[in-house]
Write a protein that binds this ligand. Structure first.
Ligand code: ATP
Ligand code: MG
Length: 218
């Protein structure tokens, strides 16, 4: 078992002189889960991208330590699984090739059996040798989960987690979130009232100027 500590300090983001949010502070440890909520354009995706390290903050910083070891910000992505509508898959490759390419690029020591088990979990095993460009939008969303879980990351960040998914897809994702809550950290961005309650804490970006993390009320 590892310990995880993700600390968000005085985080602000300004786009073209428009302040999206400012002075966000919170910290999450293993077994903590957070939902980020707020109206369209309130900055949910922006915040998740900054935490994942794909976007820089205007002020403030994100720090991550795993088992008391500080992780360099350029290596943070290795500790994070990220699923989001704007993340791209390699369309001209099959699902299997997509996973195998990432395994190779990242030098991961993962056997084929584990890749198959991920595809099976997402109900994609039978379609694994078909080009991703021929996939339906829900199948693409399922493949993004196989990607995100490939390296069994201590932190899972899910922007609109169930976009394009059917009912069975929702159930699979809710199970994945529950499992992640056992040992790691999970952060989701959603406006779905059911999904807000999947996490123990909530950060509401509509409460301008008072970004407090609150317990989700039962
Ligand atoms: N690259 C960018 N350049 C300029 N402004 C941007 C950029 N990305 C996002 N914004 C602005 O930042 C604000 C927050 O956008 P963001 O996508 O984070 O919102 P959101 O809460 O995820 O919205 P939604 O619920 O629609 O997904 C919006 O006003 C948006 O126009
Ligand atoms: Mg968004």
């Amino acid at each position: 078992m590892y310990s995880v500590l993700l600390q968000i300090s005085q985080l602000s983001k300004v786009f073209n002189r428009r302040t999206i949010f400012s002075d966000i502070n919170f910290s999450l440890q293993e077994s903590n889960s957070l939902t980020v909520t707020g109206i369209n354009g309130s900055g949910k995706s922006t915040l998740l991208k900054i935490i994942a390290g794909v976007l820089s903050p205007t002020h403030g910083h994100v720090s991550l330590s795993i088992s008391d070891k500080q992780i360099d910000s350029k290596d943070r992505f290795q500790q994070i699984g990220f699923v989001a509508p704007y993340l791209q898959l390699y369309d001209e490759f099959t699902a299997w090739e997509n996973l195998a390419i990432v395994r190779k690029i990242r030098g991961m020591n993962i056997d084929d059996g584990y890749l198959i088990s991920l595809l099976r979990r997402m109900s994609l095993e039978e379609r694994k040798d078909e080009l991703v460009r021929t996939y339906s939008s829900g199948m693409k969303q399922r493949l993004k989960y196989a990607f995100a879980l490939l390296h069994q990351p201590p932190i899972l960040i899910l922007d609109e987690p169930t976009t394009n998914l059917d009912e069975s897809g929702h159930e699979i994702i809710y199970d994945i979130i529950e499992e992640q809550k056992q040992s790691g950290v999970v952060i989701i961005a959603t406006n779905d009232s059911h999904e807000v309650r999947l996490c123990e804490q909530v950060l509401d970006l509509d409460k301008t100027g008072r970004y407090e993390v609150n317990k989700v009320l039962a």
